[in-house]
Design a protein around this ligand. Structure first.
Ligand code: PLP
Length: 241
């Protein structure tokens, strides 16, 4: 018997120091498909495998559309652009995340505002989000403005930490009151459901990562999820140009 989860994992990985998130295992048709892919010459952003992967992820997550990207960071970057985030806007996210969440918004020239997580879920706290918005923002001509910085807040990026779903319905409902777009960073939560609905499908857009340390891997890769046809078409355009 182990006294806690950490000692269990340390024993599993025979390591006292470094514990990998996920070690990829290639025990299926990976090599066969890579050869087929090379033979087809469609080795970049289009081809039969990309179409199949997008269709499979859409079906599995229940998202109407799934758009493949080069990695999870690019998926977030494009999703934020599609949510209307521009330079000097603010985007609310959680401090407990991988740095890529914040890098993606900084590539647009937007500024992060950190709202803490709930201890229970390790995901963005809907209560703390509402408290922050109530005390620090006002709605001016339909847009949420930070009273302290005077900048517009455009979007909120909750993250489902280590596959554990945040209380996403509450977050989406708070964001609705303040006219904020929700972009779910579901990089770590492929296969995680909140009330029988797949994570990444509650917001306007959601993003996945298929990096080597994630639930499933394509080497490098990511996906944008959305139910909005116009946004899906724009996402395909931006990510293939
Ligand atoms: C891995 C990860 C990303 C970035 O994905 P990449 O495919 O490595 O670019 C973004 N957000 C979170 C929370 C992640 O864990």
């Amino acid at each position: 018997m182990f006294k806690d989860v950490i000692s269990f994992i340390r024993e599993l990985y025979k390591s006292d120091t470094f514990i990998p998130l996920h070690e990829p295992r290639f025990i299926g048709n990976e090599k066969k498909y890579i050869n087929e892919c090379i033979d087809s010459t469609f080795v970049s952003s289009v081809g039969e495998f990309v179409d199949r992967f997008e269709a499979d992820v859409a079906k599995y997550t229940g998202s109407k559309y799934a758009i493949a990207t080069v990695n999870g960071t690019a998926a977030l970057h494009v999703a934020l652009l599609l949510a209307g985030v521009v330079e000097n806007d603010e985007v609310i996210t959680q401090p407990l995340t991988f740095i890529a969440t914040v890098n993606a918004l900084s590539y647009i020239g937007a500024h992060p505002v950190f709202v803490d997580v709930d201890k229970e879920t390790m995901g963005l706290s809907a209560g703390k989000l509402e408290h922050f918005l109530l005390h620090n923002t006002e709605i001016i001509r339909g847009e949420c403005v930070n009273k302290v910085s005077k900048r517009k807040i455009k979007a909120v990026v909750p993250m489902h930490t280590f596959g554990f779903p945040a209380k996403i319905e509450d977050i989406v409902s708070v964001c609705g009151k303040y006219n904020l777009k929700v972009v779910e960073d579901a990089a770590e939560s492929l296969g995680s459901y909140y009330k029988n609905q797949h994570t990444g499908t509650f917001g306007l857009l959601g993003t996945l990562s298929f990096n080597g340390n994630k639930t499933i891997t394509t080497g490098g890769g990511g996906m944008i999820l959305t139910n909005d046809e116009t946004l899906a078409k724009k996402a395909k355009h931006i990510t293939t140009t």
